[in-house]
Design a protein around this ligand. Structure first.
Ligand code: BDP
Length: 618
């Protein structure tokens, strides 16, 4: 009897929990909030209240009604970087801010958008549960109109934690690897936690444009754009306007079942490319153009991406990717956003002559993509799928697959209209072994199962996007056959660093032979997405020696020379643009990966000058 009661109670309790905290709908992040005549944005960046909850008692003690005995934190910001006493803390914390909402927003749809809460977040507004989201470096949004108070301040409380787990992506606390690190992340960058990006409130009209997808193409000199418009509420028509080159083209769209497509033709189209990153302004208005229910504008470019057997082609012409794998990482900021840092990094990349970068190992702050569109950088957009393995405990694998599918959808929805994004990278160094550093191979059956699971992610992204190349990045000694899934063979290689240490010549030889083997087998363009050597700035030697600036320069030179000797190599990305923070481990001096060609505070090492001489001829 007692047990039945307990069972019913638990069931009921779980039910309430599940329905009170909605999970976010990826479609709600498709269009970044903007300010115009009919839409509003209120940025909540600033000083928030903050409280640690190591015993996880906050919900029981109703912290969501308001935090007491708390400290102050900057949002955006990573708590591990702001508070020295919380550097390695990854458990529960609470954030709080208060804001008025303008009365002109009454009778509108009102949403909250959190641009990154690493790793999980639960939101309350005015003490009422709003929503729950899992996953890092991707935004999520919730409709909050029914919990808003007018003419008084609204209390926004967010609970966040970043516990490392084999059921999460990126993975953590995975048993079986040979290299221990603290915190126990199974990836080589620091698990910076919290509200790393801005939190905004925004209003949308009652009937609104929920999504716009631009699929660019051209034939001869005519640009051909498919513009897919998706709406919420009752609407039967919309207008798509493209402006650029002093001209305006307007195409009416019939909306049926909340969806419509405009086929736009642009005569004498000016194509987007790194040398001339021309952007058109695309504007969609819903309803009558003279009195629109909603308006959304974005900048986009017209370009195509494809491959032949040896090269990546942009607008049908071969393009060579010169650049870096980067990280969002800086002293004090941790992994949080700073527009100054984004501008600085772009300036330095331009200074080296780079034309591209990979968002290793997660989608970056959106301003990176806006700037890349304008500056003509080509981006390989990567999911947070790092440390991903497709074997071991099946419940954990299932959980990782679920979050990976969500990431792919969220990344695609957020970034799909950027001409700068030319490739999607499904995962960095996925493996069929349980953990990085674990050398024992899994059984044949396990390997086949792992491949089948990995393939599902490829199928998903291909079904979403047929306008970009799809790839993943292969690990040293990882499964070779998986390359049959990709458009471009991308490999991370450290021969001459992690193997044959101190011998650049041997390393370059191994690379050369391996590239030849890969090309013979797959006949696809190849690129090296990571290669580099840890380098302590100011550490020098007459004869290059590991960790000196000379060794890094010679290592990079040797790899670039190998690439130059092969016409099927389509790009070289140095690892890394700048030194970055990692967990502590035996191979990470001071808790840093020192493979940057710039220091963590952005001073050039010898290798940066060398790259500038090769890539820019200066
Ligand atoms: C690669 C990883 C990257 C690491 C790099 C390294 O993709 O995240 O930082 O190795 O060891 O395998 O420096």
């Amino acid at each position: 009897m007692k047990f039945t009661f307990l069972f019913v109670f638990l069931l009921f309790g779980i039910n309430i929990y599940a329905t009170d905290f909605k999970t976010s709908k990826p479609k709600d992040i498709a269009l970044a909030p903007i300010q115009n005549n009919v839409r509003n944005v209120l940025d909540l960046s600033g000083m928030w209240k903050f409280k640690k909850d190591s015993a996880n008692i906050g919900e029981q003690q109703a912290y969501y009604n308001g935090l007491t005995n708390c400290r102050t934190i900057s949002v955006p910001g990573s708590w591990n970087a702001q508070f020295d006493d919380m550097r390695d803390y990854l458990d529960w914390v609470w954030y709080e801010t208060d804001t008025y909402i303008p009365s002109s927003w009454k009778d509108q749809n009102i949403f909250i958008r959190v641009n990154d809460a690493t790793y999980s977040a639960k939101i309350w507004i005015n003490g009422k549960p709003v929503g729950y989201h899992e996953g890092c470096h991707v935004p999520f949004a919730f409709d909050i109109a029914n919990v808003i108070k007018w003419d008084q301040s609204n209390k926004i409380v967010i609970k966040v934690e970043n516990q490392l787990s084999p059921s999460r992506v990126p993975t953590g606390n995975v048993k079986g690897g040979s290299l221990a690190s603290n915190p126990a992340a199974n990836y080589d960058f620091f698990p910076y936690s919290g509200l790393n990006r801005s939190v905004v409130l925004y209003s949308l009209p009652k009937t609104y444009i929920q999504d716009i997808t631009v699929k660019p193409n051209y034939e001869g000199t005519t640009g051909l754009l498919d513009v897919i418009v998706e709406t919420k509420g009752k609407a039967t028509k919309a207008t798509v306007t493209i402006s650029g080159q002093g001209k305006e083209i307007t195409v009416p769209v019939k909306i049926q079942n909340n969806k419509g497509i405009a086929k736009v033709k642009i005569p004498n189209v000016r194509l987007w490319c790194p040398e001339d990153p021309y952007l058109y302004m695309l504007s969609v208005s819903l309803g009558e153009k003279s009195n629109p229910k909603d308006i959304y504008s974005l900048k986009t470019g017209v370009r195509t991406v494809s491959t032949n057997a040896k090269q990546i082609l942009l607008n049908g012409k071969p393009v060579y990717l010169k650049g870096f794998g980067r990280h969002e990482d800086f002293p004090v900021l941790g992994r949080s956003s700073s527009n100054s840092l984004i501008v600085k990094d772009f300036e330095l990349m331009k200074w080296t002559g780079a034309n591209s970068f990979r968002t290793a190992h997660y989608p970056y702050d959106e301003e990176n993509y806006n700037l890349a569109d304008r500056e003509g950088f080509m981006i390989i957009g990567e999911t947070p799928g790092v440390g991903l393995y497709f074997s071991g405990d099946s419940a954990e694998l299932k959980a990782r697959q679920t979050i990976m599918k969500q990431y792919i959808e969220e990344m695609y929805l957020r970034d799909k209209n950027h001409p700068s994004v030319i490739m999607w990278c499904v995962a960095n160094e996925p493996n069929d072994k349980v953990a990085l550093g674990q050398m024992s191979a899994s059984s044949k059956e396990d390997k086949a199962k792992a491949e089948a699971e990995f393939e599902k992610l490829f199928t998903q992204i291909r079904s979403l996007d047929d306008t970009r190349l799809i790839m993943y990045v292969g690990v040293m000694m990882g499964p070779i056959n998986w390359f049959k899934l990709t458009d471009v063979i991308a490999i991370n290689r450290y021969w001459g660093w992690y193997t044959s240490p101190g011998s650049i010549e041997q390393g370059a030889n191994t690379l050369s032979k391996e590239l030849d083997r890969l090309y013979r087998k797959f006949k696809k363009p190849c690129m090296v997405t990571e290669f580099g050597a840890d380098t302590y700035a100011g550490f020098n030697a007459v004869t290059p020696e590991m960790f000196t600036e000379e060794y890094q320069k010679e290592f990079i030179k040797a790899y670039l020379d190998v690439a130059d000797s092969k016409d099927f190599v389509t790009g070289m990305h140095v690892w890394n643009f700048a030194d970055f923070k990692t967990s502590q481990s035996m191979i990470r001096f001071g808790g840093y990966n020192l493979k940057g060609v710039f220091t963590r505070d952005r001073r050039p090492k010898m290798a940066a000058h060398y790259l500038r001489s090769v890539w820019k001829g200066q």
